[in-house]
Write a protein that binds this ligand. Structure first.
Ligand SMILES: [Fe+2]
Ligand SMILES: [Fe+2]
Length: 153
C-alpha cells in the first residue's frame, strides 16, 4: 500500500467535499449538514492516521528544519479542528456558516499543498520504500478501524 496514494485520494475527496459545501446556502440546511457531517468524520480519521503514523515516523528521523515542517502540519490540523468545531456548533442557517466554511476550505487547501509538496518530499528523503510501504499498510488498517466499512468507500 502506497502511503502517499492513500492520503492523496483522501485529499482529492476533501477538496471536492469542501467545494460542494461552499456552494450550499443558508437555506440548504439539510444538504449542508449532510456534507459537513461526512467531511467531519472523514477528516478526523485522516488527521488521526497522519498524526499517529506518518508524522511521528518523519519527525523521528528529521533534523531541525524538517521537524518544524511536521510541527506546522500538526498546527494546521489544529486550526482545521477549531474551525470544524465552530461549524459544528453554529446553526447551519447562520450567515457566518458559509464564511467559516470558506476559511476552512482555504486553510485545508493550503495544508494539503504543503503536505503533498514539502512534507511528502521530506518523507521520501528520510524513509526508504519498505518503511513507506509499512506506513501505508498501517494507515490503511487504522483508517478502517476508525471508519469501519466506509473507509474503503
Ligand atoms: Fe493529509
Ligand atoms: Fe494533514
Amino acid at each position: 500500500m502506497n502511503a502517499f496514494a492513500l492520503l492523496k485520494t483522501d485529499h482529492e475527496a476533501f477538496k471536492a467535499m469542501l467545494t460542494e459545501l461552499e456552494s450550499t446556502t443558508e437555506r440548504a440546511v439539510k444538504t449542508r449538514t449532510r456534507i459537513f457531517e461526512h467531511l467531519k468524520r472523514q477528516l478526523a480519521a485522516h488527521e488521526t492516521i497522519e498524526e499517529e503514523i506518518l508524522y511521528p515516523a518523519i519527525k523521528a528521523k528529521a533534523k531541525t528544519k524538517d521537524k518544524k515542517l511536521v510541527l506546522e502540519a500538526y498546527a494546521e490540523h489544529h486550526v482545521a479542528d477549531l474551525l470544524v468545531a465552530e461549524l459544528a456548533t453554529l446553526p447551519a442557517s447562520d450567515e457566518m456558516w458559509g464564511a467559516k466554511a470558506t476559511v476552512l476550505r482555504e486553510s485545508l487547501e493550503h495544508h494539503i499543498e504543503e503536505e503533498e509538496g514539502n512534507l511528502f518530499k521530506t518523507a521520501k528523503s528520510l524513509l526508504d520504500k519498505d518503511e513507506l510501504d509499512a506506513i501505508g499498510r498501517q494507515m490503511k488498517l487504522r483508517k478502517q478501524e476508525l471508519l469501519g466499512k466506509s473507509a474503503t468507500a
